[in-house]
Ligand binder design. Structure first.
Ligand SMILES: Nc1ncnc2c1ncn2[C@@H]1O[C@H](COP(=O)(O)OP(=O)(O)OP(=O)(O)O)[C@@H](O)[C@H]1O
Ligand SMILES: [Mg+2]
Length: 267
């Protein structure tokens, strides 16, 4: 048995009562703005703080400072973990700005379009941080990684192959789970999504409840679609992002209009 990792997020642990197997490559899949990054942020803060295990954050969507600031908004201060070396960033965003000053807590990737350079940096940092059967890797987001190679489909499929080797070398060989966010549904990647979802061990779907969305209300929900090797519930959990992070809330009661129906006046 690979051992299990509890996330420390109450609603999440309830649908995965024994935790997530450490040999899991997991995708957090959902539309824009559903809360993928917040959920990942809370997950990695809990692993750092409550479990005292090492984490690597592979940032494709913004610079490390933006991740730090987003975390601060919830009162999650990651600076001590960066300073102690328990947390490292693998920066796959800042190549756009060619940074002159690189922080010691950040490993900067010059050309993340070359996935080999990302992979070799990632696994040498994991080695340095002695991540074997402990800690986790976070990738935000695979979508942004795929878009780096634009419409070049062979290169995109090469990247999918890269994700397969991450799964083999990380979760399977080192028992270090990977949590990757991915925007869905993007029509450009529909066939890729099928393959990706087939390859990974776990999928957490995150959505706006479609019934409420039709009425203009954005109600966030997540559910475990797939999880190999651990018991799990598959119902939709309704949640809200509050100042404390991800909080389970009841499904809102639809508000019925109190307005009287208009009657047409005859002239
Ligand atoms: N500090 C905060 N306080 C309150 N709510 C927040 C805060 N940060 C984020 N949210 C809520 O979470 C929502 C989405 O957050 P998040 O960035 O995690 O989405 P995402 O799924 O990662 O989006 P994207 O696909 O654009 O990366 C925001 O639209 C907002 O409702
Ligand atoms: Mg995001």
């Amino acid at each position: 048995m690979p051992g299990l990792l509890e996330t420390g997020i109450e609603a999440h642990d309830r649908v995965l009562p024994k935790g997530i197997p450490r040999n899991t490559m997991m995708i957090l899949a959902g539309e824009l703005g559903t809360g993928k990054s917040v959920l990942m942020g809370e997950l990695f803060y809990n692993i750092l703080k409550k479990r005292k295990e090492p984490c690597i954050y592979v940032n494709f969507e913004g610079p490390p400072i933006a991740v730090e600031q987003d975390m601060e908004a919830f009162g999650w201060d990651i600076t001590p973990y960066l300073e102690s070396g328990q947390l490292k960033f693998l920066d796959c965003f800042s190549f756009r700005m060619e940074p002159t000053q690189v922080s010691p807590y950040v490993h900067y990737v010059k050309d993340p379009r070359d996935l080999h350079s990302v992979t070799s940096a990632l696994f040498s940092i994991m080695e340095e941080m002695k991540m074997l059967g402990r800690g986790a890797v976070f990738v935000d987001s695979l979508t942004e990684m795929f878009t780096l190679v634009q419409e070049d489909r062979p290169l995109i499929f090469n990247m999918l192959d890269g994700v397969k080797s991450w799964r083999a070398k990380g979760p399977k060989e080192k028992l270090v789970p990977f949590f990757c966010s991915h925007h869905t549904p993007l029509r450009a990647y529909a066939d890729l999504d099928d393959l990706l979802f087939y390859v990974v061990d776990g999928i957490l779907d995150i959505r706006f409840n479609p019934g409420f969305a039709d009425r203009g209300l954005l109600v966030k929900q997540f559910r475990v679609r797939k999880m190999k090797g651990a018991p799990h519930e598959t119902y939709w959990v309704t949640f809200s992002v509050t100042s404390k992070g991800v909080t389970e809330v009841p499904l809102p009661v639809p508000v019925l209009s109190t307005e009287k129906p208009r009657t047409s006046k005859k002239k």
